[in-house]
Design a protein around this ligand. Structure first.
Ligand SMILES: Cc1ncc(COP(=O)(O)O)c(C=O)c1O
Length: 361
């Protein structure tokens, strides 16, 4: 019996045709597909403009550059996220200042308020697991006059009060890493903005700051996406709304099936949001035993993420590195488990996940 996996890759004839057309056209980079993908994706998210790029990590670095973040600056970021949300700050010469998350897994507004100093220049707010951040968190950042980057790597298709994520910040960044809600057939990313003044620099920064063929008028590098990947992205974007709906249906099934399990803490879903359910993350005591049981039942599981950013070895010299600095984050990182939620899961697989979880105790 094949294990129910956390993620699956989707390939269809539209994608195959798109890739072949690019291959045979000879225009493998800097062609019409990247532009088309960026325009369509920006429209989908309600942003003024977008640019494709190599991955979600460089999208964050580019975003911080575009907001003028550099040496001596502080960038507020939740510690409970993928490491790339934090290291982007270091890579532009700034310091990440870590904040707590609330029960919904997104940055806690009070913790953000407390973290703001004279040196704070921007915040990276992460729509973790597909759950949009709280509007209050966005307001705290914006009211303080800080730059706001939405890290949307896990939240393609999520909404707050009907408005798409990726349209709230100065900059929004996305990842198309293969397991994300949609992909591009490899690594890939997107940068979006609603700020007219950032549109041109955003497009230039991923292509050596090029103003014309031989003229480079701002700092940039090669963070471009290939045309083949853009062709895959265009095809996958068509599927995205249906996939998100399917993820929501599966999540509803899980929430219903697990509602009576008093030993299992379910994800908190706030009423004003549409969750994109990139991950379905529960909390349990004795996580290893629970994961072992799921594996025996043919169900894969994962941990996103077992080590909070501030506790990572890379931050051994960071002032917040010590154990106990962010107690809530540290506690949940010991208890979280991601169970499979994917639009391509069959009915039999969904039932198997439910049975595996319910038979644990
Ligand atoms: C929250 C978050 N931010 C940033 C990234 C980095 O994206 P990429 O892997 O495309 O560089 C990821 C991807 O794993 C992520 O989950």
């Amino acid at each position: 019996m094949e294990k129910v996996q956390l993620a699956r890759m989707y390939v269809d004839d539209v994608m195959r045709k798109g890739v072949l057309e690019v291959l045979e056209s000879g225009q493998w980079i800097k062609g019409p597909r990247s532009k088309e993908f960026a325009a369509r994706f920006a429209k989908f998210c309600g942003a003024t403009a977008g640019v494709t790029c190599s991955n979600g990590s460089v999208a964050l670095i580019a975003g911080l550059h575009l907001l003028g973040v550099g040496h001596g600056d502080e960038v507020i970021v939740p510690s409970h996220t993928y490491i790339a949300s934090a290291t982007a700050a270091d890579l532009v010469g700034a310091t990440p200042i870590f904040v707590e998350v609330g029960e919904d897994g997104t940055a806690d507004p009070n913790s953000i308020r407390d973290a703001i100093t004279d040196r704070t220049k921007a915040a990276v707010l992460v729509h973790l697991y597909g759950q949009p951040v709280k509007m209050e968190a966005i307001s705290v950042v914006q009211d303080a006059g800080l730059g706001l980057i939405e890290d949307c790597a896990q939240a393609h298709g999520a909404r707050i009060n009907g408005r798409s994520i990726g349209s709230f910040g100065d900059i929004a960044t996305f990842s198309f890493f293969p397991s994300k809600n949609m992909g591009v057939g490899g690594d890939g990313g997107m940068i979006l903005t609603n700020r007219e003044d950032l549109v041109e620099p955003m497009q230039m920064i991923v292509d050596h700051g090029r103003a014309s063929k031989y003229e480079n008028s701002m700092l940039g590098t090669n963070w471009r996406m290939s045309e083949m990947q853009a062709a895959v992205g265009i095809a996958q974007l068509e599927q995205l709304p249906g996939w998100v709906t399917r993820r929501q249906e599966i999540a509803t099934r899980y929430l219903d099936a697990f509602s009576d399990l008093d030993w299992l803490e379910l994800p908190v879903v706030r009423p004003e949001i549409e969750h994109a359910w990139h991950l379905f993350v529960v909390q349990v005591d004795e996580r290893e035993r629970f994961m072992g049981h799921l594996a025996e039942q043919g169900v894969a599981s994962g941990i996103h993420y077992p080590i909070p950013c501030h506790r990572q070895p890379v931050y051994a010299d960071h002032p917040q590195h010590a154990e106990g600095t962010l107690p809530y984050t540290e506690r949940i990182c010991e208890r979280i488990v991601s169970i499979p939620i994917h639009p391509l899961h069959t009915e039999e697989e969904i039932k198997r996940v439910i049975k595996a979880v319910c038979s644990y105790r």
